[in-house]
Design a binder for this molecule. Structure first.
Ligand code: SAH
Ligand code: SF4
Ligand code: F3S
Length: 476
């Protein structure tokens, strides 16, 4: 109990400290505004997963509290912040490419401040590279101290050198940071941070630290507040939500958390990601079935269909166990759709291993699959494994995977034609101003004709056509 109190105090003290820095920055920015006759602006780039995107909502929240306005142009922004990802090598390469361009923009606009944060900066090799070749970057911080942005920005006003503030491990969870949500009817909510699974290919445990769960009451309070402000759908985020709550002082299971969230009046939909198959319990399947607000959709990454490869990946389940879970989910939850992540070309993967992956794809009938070419991440066990697979072999398997997968995705969507589903309308289609897009409960992406006043409402739509990755509907 005492430990909890100390933890809470630290959180509150940190938040109060950052609020003071936000205030100081506000005064500074308003002076600049008087001098220049325009508001100071920020450009925030997010390159990572939903967790990163949610971090960016907090970064934007702090920046806007300080008085920055969002800039549509990176080139003209006064403050450029990159919130980075390092899950695969090409994610990092893109950041270095963009940083190179920023050097040129900064020459044109010497008052521009540049900062970089997120998963990429948690790696020593990246810090060394930034120190050596990217001296024009003003601030570098990491995933554990994101809430320190106001303090770091204020400090950097006085210094010419790059300010590095990278922590090696997590400290307290700072709650209640100001947040700018992408819209008023949907919100992401972190239920836990970090990961303890150490899948052999994955960098996340090294850059996001050990698993820690937020207390249920903090999560419920946050969701309640969101619902009071009009939110209808929440996405609960964690690297492995199925192990939620195990390390809390009073342990709570993810299924119990879902049941509690389901009670929140006014909330209409609950989604979550990601579920690790090794921790998917019968209790959770039952909770998904019984909680009316929990959507009939699950993202259940398989990674590989080969037991040999799964073992080397350190995933702790077999193909058979995975298929058994899929069976249970399909039997228990009406019309459930299932999506997945697949890695092709993990070290040692043979044609036979790859065929096992194709077999799972055929058996499960995924509604979507995120497919990745294995990328070597230094510091992970897989990086030093023998038998790294040649690029042309991997590319060939990757293409063949899509050839099997895409007709299955189309088939799953074809089965929905003729049904009427409830769609939460999200936005106007980027291709056509007269078309709206939204998601059915089972996560199917639906396009239909309508006007933008419908955005944010849940309406019945009849599905009339299938376009492989989405379906066409009309108002029912
Ligand atoms: N915590 C989630 C995954 C987060 S990363 C889970 O366990 O499912 C998202 C996806 O990126 C992973 O599921 C995996 O398919 C992919 N990925 C992770 N590391 C990778 C690597 N080194 N190369 C290629 N894909 C990778
Ligand atoms: Fe990475 Fe595995 Fe953790 Fe997912 S569960 S974040 S794949 S180590
Ligand atoms: Fe997410 Fe990329 Fe970090 S996937 S957790 S932003 S490495």
């Amino acid at each position: 109990m005492r430990i909890e109190n100390i933890e809470q105090n630290n959180n509150v003290i940190e938040l109060e400290k950052q609020k003071e820095y936000m205030q100081k920055m506000k005064v500074h920015l308003s002076n600049l505004e008087k001098k220049t006759g325009r508001k100071q602006t920020y450009f925030l780039l997010t390159t990572g997963c939903q967790m990163n995107a949610h971090d960016s909502e907090k970064l934007a929240g702090m920046l806007e509290t300080m008085g920055f306005a969002e800039s549509p142009s990176e080139q003209k922004a006064d403050f450029v912040l990159y919130n980075t990802c390092c899950i695969r090598e090409n994610a990092e390469d893109k950041i270095y490419g963009r940083l190179g361009r920023l050097k040129y923009y900064k020459k044109q606009n010497p008052n521009m401040k540049i900062a970089i944060c997120g998963c990429m900066t948690q790696q020593d090799v990246v810090i060394e590279k930034l120190q050596k070749s990217y001296k024009y970057v003003d601030i570098v911080f990491g995933t554990f101290n994101l809430y320190k942005l106001p303090e770091l920005l204020y400090e950097s006003l006085e210094t010419k050198d790059t300010l590095f503030d990278i922590w090696k491990e997590e400290k307290e969870i700072v709650e209640n940071l100001p947040t700018v949500y992408k819209n008023t009817f949907q919100a992401s909510v972190n239920i836990m941070y970090g990961c303890d699974n150490f899948c052999a290919y994955c960098i996340v445990p090294y850059v996001r630290g050990r698993e820690r769960s937020r207390k249920p009451q903090e999560i419920i309070q946050e969701i309640q507040k969101l619902v009071n402000n009009g939110v209808k759908e929440v996405m609960l985020l964690g690297q492995n939500v199925n192990s939620y709550g195990k390390n809390l002082q009073t342990p709570v299971s993810f299924a119990q958390l879902l049941t509690q969230i389901n009670e929140i009046e006014g909330l209409e939909r609950i989604r979550f990601m990601t579920s690790h198959p090794k921790d998917l319990s019968d209790e959770l399947i039952l909770a998904m079935k019984e909680c009316d607000k929990v959507c009939n959709y699950i993202h259940l990454p398989i990674q590989s269909g080969s037991n040999r490869i799964l073992k080397w990946m350190n995933r702790h389940y077999t193909k058979e166990h995975y298929l058994e879970l899929v069976q249970k989910l399909k039997q228990s939850i009406k019309d459930i759709t299932i999506s997945t992540d697949i890695i092709v070309g993990f070290p040692g993967e043979t044609e036979e291993d790859f065929q096992q992956t194709l077999d799972v794809v055929r058996q499960v009938q995924y509604c979507t699959a995120f497919t990745f070419i294995y990328s070597k991440r230094s510091g992970t066990p897989a990086a030093t494994m023998e038998n790294q697979i040649p690029e042309d072999v991997v590319k060939d398997r990757f293409d063949r995977l899509l050839k099997v997968l895409n007709p299955i995705v189309a088939q799953v969507h074809q089965k929905q034609v003729g049904k009427t589903v409830n769609v939460l309308v999200e936005e106007v289609s980027k291709q056509d101003a007269a078309t709206l897009t939204g998601r059915a409960e089972d996560n199917t992406l639906v396009h239909f004709k309508g006007t933008k006043d419908l955005i944010g409402s849940i309406i019945p739509i009849k599905i009339i056509d299938n376009k492989t990755f989405y379906v066409i509907g009309e108002r029912a």
